[in-house]
Structures are given as structure tokens and as C-alpha cells.
Design a binder for this molecule. Sequence first.
Ligand code: ATP
Ligand code: MG
Ligand code: MG
Ligand code: MG
Length: 570
Amino acid sequence: MKASQFLFATLKETPSDADIASSQLMVRAGLIRKIASGLYIWLPMGLRILQKVERIVREEMQNIGAQELLMPMTQPAELWQTSGRFEDYGPELLRFKDRHDRDFVLGPTHEEVITNLAKGELRSYKQLPITFFQIQSKFRDEIRPRFGVMRAREFTMKDAYSFHIDQASLAETYRDMYDAYTRIFSRLGFDFRAVQADSGSIGGFASHEFHVLADSGEDDIAFSTISDYAANIELAEAISTGERQPATQELTNVDTVNMPTCEAVAAHLDIPLATTVKTLIVKGHTPEGEEQLVALVLRGDHTLNDIKAEKIEEVNTPLTMASEEELKAAGLLKGYIGVDLDIPVFVDRAAAILSDFVAGANEVNKHATGVNWDRDAHITRIVDIRNVLEGDASPDGQGTLQIKRGIEVGHIFQLGDKYSQALGCSVSGEAGKPVTLMMGCYGIGVSRIIAAAIEQNHDDNGIMWPQTPDVKDSLAPFEVAIVPMKSKEETVMQTATELYETLKAKGVNILLDDRNERPGVKFADLELIGIPHRIVVSDRNIAEDKYEYVNRRDGEKELLSRDELLAKLG
Ligand code: ATP
Ligand code: MG
Ligand code: MG
Ligand code: MG
């Protein structure tokens, strides 16, 4: 690319409304322009970077057999009404009407649409497991858009969704995704950590977030100095936005409890699958179910032994959920976590009430799915890091905790059957009967990755792109820039152009800075944009077959011959 024909939109001044290093540098380097709060244009220089991230993400998704598709950003409200999220999602969901007065939303995520698609397209267990992904715009009406593209309202996400006949298959794909994410963030050259996230009572299984470590991160993550233990708790965020209040001021470590399937539990407890029981236990699979179970014990003086002893018939029918107030008044509820703030976090006492129930059920699940659901795997220990200090013992008993700020760049989730239940997504199973599918969902903040990369890699002069194990994965919009010292002088321009063509032919991502600017201006721009390698061609040096080479990271200058240069960069 010749710089004279490319939009260089660099700025000398720091824009007044850009709040952290990455957002300032992205605007100054001419990667993005803001058009309104949380809405950005990707300029040609920035788009090159975005597409580089997309390429890596796409490759790793294809690598694990995920199939790319593309869903519209605009989604009919009916699907969200069916899943219950039209009401529940809250103000981040932008709702609007078309000219026919029909309700629509701008998709903040695509579980409803993909589940509805799977419902229509998948017929048999033989088609499973299957994973789809897209790289596409999302809209979330964030309460506080900030930090440039880091927390935008419209942003690019890679979202993937997998469908399974059973939990064991879901667990397998989840593992593949975990590994693919690890490869993506390693290829990008990030200093990152995978941490346990607010797992799930949603269908009840695992969830991990991938965090780029940086002081400007909005999440606190705690990890052990010696073991693999690492965790994030979003509860702190939910409470700090005032959307939820903690039940008690004294917050301790808590367990969230995941529930097994209804038939399995009923069989294990050896109780008839009366409607009430069925409702109770099916609901027990969901966060509401947990609240119902607690309500049962709270209101009716019922213990789980009562349930086992078939006193279940005496239970109020229909069961209503314990309200938030009721749970808090009883000192059982700590708060809510999760993307939709719909996962209750119970204090230890409530968890104890539930865990008796779960302990038996785990046995059954182990039996039914062949997956070893031992208590560690199944009950997630959540650490409220606001009460954990650096140096505290790690919850797994190995080493002490270190606390760092992290930027969430990826999130993988075992959803279970939350959406497939709601939208009626099933296929015919091996025995010919319909089986409701298990699902996983997996997100990567493609545009946020760029801001995170800059947060982790910059200096006073501008951006330094992360050093990637493979240079082809480098995020730099151009890898090498050639600056002719006197662009009006013919031999200089000829030599520079010839070198440019040679490197270009070798596949080097190269820029010839032939702009009509002073060298000082060009050097400053190239440093701001973070071009890793700079070559200066000057008449004085060409005579001796020398080229001045400067590395953006260490700033060291070297005088190299043409051959040495080609060997270094070609
Ligand atoms: P956060 O906790 O930062 O609000 P989230 O947990 O709401 O993120 P997910 O629903 O897990 O986000 O979405 C998957 C990924 O999309 C996130 O891991 C993040 O990298 C990215 N992402 C989420 N919200 C935004 C946003 N407003 N702007 C840019 N990227 C975002
Ligand atoms: Mg969010
Ligand atoms: Mg989050
Ligand atoms: Mg998340």
C-alpha cells in the first residue's frame, strides 16, 4: 500500500472525550471515529486490524468444525417473548416497532434466533453435535458506554452456538471451544487468563471467561499463585450498578448449586413423578427452580426429607417462586449474577438446603450421562472477591490468591436446555422419541480485542501491537513501513519503491510512506499507529548499500545492507 493513496487520519491532539489509553490512541491513530455515544466508524486503518482479528477467530472456529452462518441483527420480538427475555433482558435490549406496529429488537445476542433455526432444520440425533458461528454486529444499549470500542453500544462479536443430544456431548464441544479460545488468545500474543465465571444455574453447568490482564479492566479476577484456580465474580458489578442489592452486608464465600434432570431425580429419590414433583424438579433445573426449592422449605416447613418421604403432595400447588424480598428477608439470597442478572446466588445456608437434594441427584446424573459429576465439578464455588484480599488462601487450598484487573474478551457457557425448552427445539433420539437439545454458547468480543491489545501494549509515543508467536498473526495494520528521506529525489524514491515491491512480492504486509510530509511527521505517525518495523531510505546510505532499520518496540537503530534487511523481514 502506498500511503499517499491511503486515508491517514492521525491526530496530534488527544480527543477530550476519549477516556483511557486505548480509546485515545485508537482515535489519534486514525483507526476509529465516534459518531455518537458508543457508536464508532472503523476507518480503513482500523478495519484492517479488525479483519485480522476476524481471520484468526474464523480459522480457529473452522478448525474445530464450527460452521459459519450470518443472522440478521434485527430480530422479531416474538422469539424473545417465547424465551421470556423480551421482558427479562432489561434496558440493554433495544426494542422498537416497524411501520406495521410489529415489535422488533436489535440483537444483543442470538440464542433465540439460532435455537429457532435449529428447531426448523435439525431432525435427527444423527445430525448432532453441530456448532454454528457468526462474526456480526451486536447492539446493547449499555448504561455507560465507555472506553471507546471496549464498551460500545454497537460492536463486533463472534458468537457460536452448539447443539447436543446430551450433556456429555456438550461437555466435549465446550472443551474444544475452551481449547480454541486458548489458541486464539495465544496467537494474538495476549497475557490472558481463563477464569471460572458465574456459572451456572442456567441449565447448570460450567462457564469460563477469558480475560486480558490490564489495569484498566473492569473485572476483578482472583487467581492462585500455584494452582490453576482462577475466578471472576460479576456480582460485584451487579451490585455496584445499583441494579441489585446484596442481602447482607457481610458477604462470604458462597456456593451456587446446579440442578439435575427431573426424571433422574425422581427415579433416584424413588418417588412418583406427580405433576407437582415434576414441576418442582424440572424447575429445579433453572434458577427459578432453586428459588422455589428454597421457598418450599421456607414457607411450608418442608424439608427435603419430606420430599423424599412423599409428603410432596402436601406442598402448595402451584408452587410460586420465593420473591427476592422474601429470600433477602430470610437472609438467604446474596444477590444476582449473570448476563441477565437472573442467577440467584444463595448464601451458604440456602446452598446447604439445596445441596442435600443435589448430592443424591449428582449420583443419578453420573449414572445417566456417564459424566462424572462430582461435587467439585457440579457445585461452583464462587468467591466474592470484594472480600478476598491479595494473599488470602485460594479456595482450592493450593497457594494464595493474587488479584488483578481483567478485560473480558471471551465467554463460554454451557446453557443446558434453557432455550431449547422454551422454544421447543428437539430432534428424534436414538429410540425414536423426541429429545430436547442441550446447548452451549460461546462469545468473543472481536472489536474489544483490539482495545485490549492496545491497553496491554503501548508507550508514550503510541501503540505497540502484541508480539505474536507467528508474525502472520500480527495485528499491526502494516508490518513494515519504508520512509524515503527525500521523496523528491529520484534515486531515493526508486530504491525505496524497488525495495517496497520486492518485500511486497515476498508477501510482507508493507507500506511505502510516500506522503508529502516531513520525515519527523511520518516517524511520529508510524510510531503512533504502531508499525513494528521501519526502514529509512536516504541518499547518503544507499551509496553504501545501507538502510536504517528501527524496531518500534525497542527503538534500537541498525544500519543493514539490503540482503540483511531482506533476510530479517522477507
Ligand atoms: P461485560 O461483562 O463486559 O458487559 P458481557 O459479559 O455482558 O460483557 P457477553 O454477553 O459474555 O458479554 O458477550 C461476549 C463478549 O462480547 C464479551 O466477552 C465481550 O468481550 C464482548 N462484549 C460484551 N459487551 C460488549 C460491549 N458493550 N462492547 C464491546 N464488546 C462487548
Ligand atoms: Mg455486559
Ligand atoms: Mg461479563
Ligand atoms: Mg460475559
